[in-house]
Each structure stands twice: as C-alpha cells, then as structure tokens.
Design a protein around this ligand. Structure first.
Ligand code: SAH
Ligand code: SF4
Ligand code: F3S
Length: 514
C-alpha cells in the first residue's frame, strides 16, 4: 500500500470512528485532516513486505515555510524518541525554522511523548496545561503532540475533549510528513490529526540534527513483535522492520568520519534484527562484526531481549575492541511464573544461563537491567525471586518500575490483588539492593585509572567536566574544556553510589588530533 492509499483507507475509517456507543463521533467537527489512531489495528501484524524509501526530500512547495520562525521540541521517553526528535529537528531546519531554547520563544512547540507508564502520560497532560496560557497570549503559536501517546485513541479523545488549543496530533509512523502536517495546521482552523495505526515504510535519508557531537544514535530497526503482556510499545511502534545493513554501516562510517566517538545502535528488541529479511540471513551478530571494524572508539546497542540473544552475538561481542563491555539486558522479573504471565518467553534458569555464557565469554562485563515490581498478583515469594536473581547476577545498575496498567494490553485486563502500598514497599526494597550493588561496584574503582569519553560540563557544576566509561559509569573531574569530546584517562579518587570523582591524568591523550 502506498502512502496515499493508506491515508485514504484510514480516512474512510476516520469518517466512522464511533463504533462504540460511548465514544463521541468527533469527525463531524473536522474539515482538516482527521486520521485518528486505533490500537486494534495497531495490534495486527500483516505479511506485507516492508518498503524501503530511499529518496526522502522536502517537497519544493514547503521550502522556506519556517523562514523567521522558531521551533521547540520537548522529548519524553526512550532513546528512540530522542532520536525521532533529532529527525524532526532536521526537518524543521530544512524547512527554514530555527531552534530555540524555551517554549516562550517558540512559534511551533512539539511534545514528543511517551506512553510506557501512566506517570509518563501525566507529565504530558500537565505540560499541556502549562502551555494553554501561552497559546491564549500568542494565538499564532502552533502546538503539536506527537510520539507514542498520539498512537492511543484514549489520548487523542482526551485532547479533543479537554485541550482544544492543540493544533496537531501525529504519530510515530509519519514523522517524515511533518512538512505536510505543519502546512495543514497553518491552513486549517481545526485540529489536524494524522496518526497511522499501521507502521510505515522504512525511510532513509531523513535529515537529522543530532544533539551532541560526541555520541550519536543509529536506528537499526523499528517496532516490536514481542507483545509482552504489560507493554504498549508493539502498539505504538508497529511491527519489527530492520534497516538494511548497508544503510546502517554507511551511517556509522559517516558518523565516524564526522568525529563522533560513540554510537548506540537502537531498537526496541535489537536481538530480533534481521529476522524480517526475506532475502538475507543476517543478524545482530553479523552487523556488530562489521561495525567493530569501523574506526569509531565506542559502539553500544540497546535494548536487548534475552530470548533472542544468540551465541554468535556473544562470540562477536567477546572480540571486544570498540564493542563496549556493557550489556543492558532487561530481565523484568526473577520468577519464572511471572515471566510466563508477562509472555517474556524465557525462564529464570534460561536468563541465568545466558548470563553465565556472557560472563564466560566477556569476563569483565557489566550488566544492567530493567525490572517491574508489583505485576498483577505477584506474591511475596515471587518478588523475593527477583531479589535473589538480582544478587545472583550482580547487576551494576537497574531501572526499576512499579507495574502500570496500559489500556489495550492483555495485562490491563488482569485482576490484581496486590495493593499499591505493597508495590511501593517492594520497589523500595528492590531499590535498596540496587543502590547497595551499585555502590559496591563503584568502590572497586577506587585508585584505578579509567578511560572517560568527556561529554561536557557537569550538570551540577560548570567547573567540573563529566563523561562516561565504557561500562557507562559517570565520572566527574577537573580538566581544560579542550578535552570535551575526547577519550581521556582519569584516576578515581572518590566513589559514590551512582558516580565517580577523579583526577585527569594523561595530558598527551587530551591533545586534540584532528
Ligand atoms: N524494549 C525494551 C524496553 C522498552 S520499555 C525491552 O524489551 O527491554 C523500558 C522498560 O519499561 C521495560 O523494560 C520495562 O521494564 C518497563 N515497562 C514497560 N511497560 C511497563 C508497564 N506497563 N509498567 C511498568 N513498567 C513498564
Ligand atoms: Fe515492550 Fe516487550 Fe517489546 Fe520490550 S520486548 S518493547 S518490553 S513488548
Ligand atoms: Fe515510551 Fe514509546 Fe519509547 S512508549 S519508552 S517513547 S517507544
């Protein structure tokens, strides 16, 4: 289906969005584009082949649209969203807009949203509340909502009902249509809504304005087909589509030649990379094996799913070089029963076996993870299995969350007998262990010299520089600003729970080599 056909078919649906009586039929209020989301459609996984669109270009008629205007994008959520923001910033700049530092200065404001947990969504609705007076003051201001929340009909309906001043809503699959959407928003008095519930094609050559000059994100695949029972991502990001290896390698080479020092390969489930190729037998291990030969100091990837983490990948990672000795490997729970209800498709034992293999191949590896506590009906014993797994693996760090029901996912329909107080208590107990392990790991660095990729001034103190080790430990130290963007050696003098302080030791390494 090409873009036009898809739009047409979705517009036909849009004319009759209210198949449930309780839902208001908003379409009659719209003369502008009205293509609302449907989680039901987003759940489908069709067999159609993914199209690779290589010749993205800003249409002639929109060039110069942003002359004399400024844009501001506020980003919520994961690295995928951060990177989408870089693409949208690239499109804005190509249209002639300028970036600005605050919502007050902006002529167009976009909220690039995240739907992963309720509190992520609440932040966005809070921000919309703050923006309302600004819109009243400056009626020509355009306000848009994009990203994962836009893919949910409940969100779009809430914006329609309570936040009329929003000018445009678009989703994750059509950010390349930003010029057309902006144009519609300028022309129309109504809210422009264009959300595709079926994933788009893979579009190459989109313009990008990257946030830094040291580290860069590189998409290797889009979407997720895992459908963990709690998770909204397969609905908001569509089916798994891999970029072609040659496109990825070319992008990484280009970044290396521009002087970037670190790249992070991005996907919701990077271990599924290549599964969707019909003409190629090429997986993440193969890709990493190519990328390790490119002259760029550090290569990371995120996020891994334990289920598809194969032996070939472990073998390649063990070759080291620019492939860093840090793997983020979300486990979610230490209880096989809970993992089963989560549909993670691995057991506690399988996870521990995978960790054993990784540690055997990469002895000094640092492992971090994601954990959800308080899953529906999680028992005290099952929670304790998570604690015991944490200790057994000896993670360096973890992102920990209380389970948040997401409308439309299977888990949201499960009855839950765990009171919120218990969930909060479990989170606190888990976090105490996470902190203890992190502090312990940090202590091992006392007196040692580490290599730090210097990112810039520390957030808390402009006198101090900050950067990360290959294992992603934050290091603060004093050195001239000229070392920003370089890999330097730092001797650790003080260890904290979440960071290290040290002294810059090697001047030779700090001399900038162009
Ligand atoms: N694709 C990645 C994770 C994406 S979301 C992966 O599979 O690992 C990041 C983390 O948010 C998840 O690992 C999970 O721990 C958490 N998360 C996702 N859905 C959640 C929900 N409904 N409630 C609480 N935490 C959730
Ligand atoms: Fe969500 Fe699971 Fe996919 Fe990760 S693998 S994005 S947790 S469905
Ligand atoms: Fe959030 Fe969407 Fe990322 S839901 S975590 S921004 S994929």
């Amino acid at each position: 289906m090409n873009e036009k056909q898809r739009m047409q078919s979705q517009q036909v649906q849009a004319e009759k969005p209210a198949d449930k009586k309780s839902e208001k039929d908003y379409s009659k209020y719209f003369q502008a584009v009205y293509v609302p989301p449907s989680l039901k459609d987003a759940k489908k996984r069709g067999k159609e082949e993914v199209k690779y669109e290589k010749d993205f270009a800003i249409p002639e008629e929109f060039r110069g649209m942003g002359e004399g205007k400024r844009f501001y994008i506020r980003t919520y959520g994961c690295q995928m969203n951060e990177h989408d923001t870089e693409v949208m910033a690239g499109i804005f700049m190509a249209l002639g807009y300028e970036a600005c530092e605050s919502v007050q200065e902006a002529d167009v404001i976009l909220l690039n949203t995240c739907a992963i947990r309720e509190n992520a969504e609440n932040k966005v609705f809070g921000e919309l509340g703050h923006l309302k007076p600004l819109k009243l003051e400056k009626p020509d201001l355009l306000i848009g909502v994009c990203g994962c929340m836009s893919q949910e009909e409940s969100v779009v309906n809430r914006i329609l009902a309570k936040h009329h001043f929003v000018d445009m809503i678009f989703g994750t699959h059509n950010i390349h249509r930003l010029p057309q959407i902006l144009n519609e928003a300028y022309m129309s008095k109504e809210m422009v809504i264009e959300v595709w519930s079926k994933e788009g094609d893979v579009i190459e050559n989109l313009p990008k304005v990257r946030k830094g000059q040291t580290k860069a994100w590189v998409n290797i695949m889009y979407g997720c087909d895992k459908f963990c029972t709690y998770c909204i991502v397969p609905y908001t990001r569509g089916k798994e589509r891999s970029r072609r290896p040659e496109e990825i390698i070319q992008e990484v080479r280009h970044l290396a030649s521009q002087g970037y020092k670190e790249i992070t390969l991005l996907g919701q489930n990077v271990n599924a990379y290549g599964k969707d190729f019909t003409d190629l037998d090429y997986r993440l291990g193969d890709l990493m094996d190519e990328i390790r030969k490119i002259d760029i100091p550090r290569v990371r990837f995120t996020t891994s799913h334990p289920r598809d983490f194969d032996d070939h990948l472990i073998e390649v990672l063990a070759k080291g070089g620019n492939l860093v000795d840090h793997i983020h490997l979300p486990v979610q729970s230490g209880s096989t029963d809970i993992l089963k209800i989560m549909a993670r498709k691995y057991t506690r034992e399988h996870y521990l076996e995978l960790v054993r293999k990784i540690k055997a191949a990469i002895p000094n590896v640092s492992l971090t993870t994601d954990i959800i506590v308080g899953y529906p009906n999680e028992t005290e014993e099952q929670f304790e299995e998570t604690i015991s797994l944490y200790k057994e693996v000896g993670f360096d760090a973890a992102y920990t969350f209380i389970y948040s029901p997401r409308e439309g996912t299977p888990a949201a329909k499960m009855k839950d007998n765990v009171p919120l107080e218990i969930k909060k208590d479990r989170l606190q107990r888990l976090n105490a262990i996470v902190n203890e392990f992190s502090a312990q790991k940090m202590k091992e660095y006392a007196g040692k010299v580490v290599e730090v990729l210097v990112e810039g001034e520390s957030k808390n103190n402009p006198e101090v520089l900050a950067g990360y080790t290959t294992k992603n430990k934050l290091v603060n130290f004093k050195a001239p600003k000229s070392v920003i963007g370089q890999v330097v050696k730092v001797k650790i003098t003080e260890t904290r729970t979440w960071s290290l302080n040290g002294e810059w030791v090697e001047e030779a390494a700090a001399v900038k080599v162009d």
